[in-house]
Design a binder for this molecule. Structure first.
Ligand SMILES: [Zn+2]
Length: 156
């Protein structure tokens, strides 16, 4: 597992963009496989400990969202179910299901790219995130949104 040591060379914002680019690579992979292009990585102590991209078509499973794959991979890597002190990077705002799953993981941060106006977790009134989870949106928003748009245009 690769360790990224920026040694303070990058600001928090630049670091977030770096990992979002990794999530974007996975979203592009999903696009190539004709899946809705959403990618996710989970980072702990400068290491990517879990990755995932949307696999709902391939697995015939509506719950096979990028975040769900990444949670499972990270928990397997850590050998424990909680993801305290971990950050989830995901190209699109998590849905209610994934935000709910993130509650159970006790994730410390969620960083997402573009909003999901229709199915994003923030469309529901109640705050379903864990009270300790910090959420940051809009990181590489343009690139994340562009990928989604071109996917749905290609489907028309
Ligand atoms: Zn989801």
């Amino acid at each position: 597992m690769q360790v990224y040591n920026f040694e303070g060379a990058l600001t928090r914002e630049q670091e977030d963009e770096f990992y979002m680019k990794e999530a974007l690579k996975l979203a592009e992979q999903a696009f190539k496989e004709d899946e809705i292009p959403i990618g996710a990585v989970i980072v702990a102590q400068n290491r990517i400990i879990g990755k995932g991209y949307n696999l709902t078509e391939r697995l015939n499973d509506v719950t096979a969202h990028a975040e769900m794959q990444a949670f499972t991979a990270a928990a397997n890597f850590l050998g424990g179910k909680y993801l305290k002190d971990c950050t989830l990077y995901v190209t699109v705002e998590p849905c209610v299901m994934c935000a709910g799953a993130s509650y159970w993981t006790q994730l410390s941060r969620i960083v997402y790219g573009t909003i999901d106006e229709k199915r994003g977790y923030s469309t529901v009134a109640a705050n379903i995130l864990h009270p300790k989870t910090i959420i940051i949106g809009g990181v590489l928003e343009g690139e994340c949104a562009r990928l989604m748009k071109s996917f749905f245009v290609s489907k028309r």
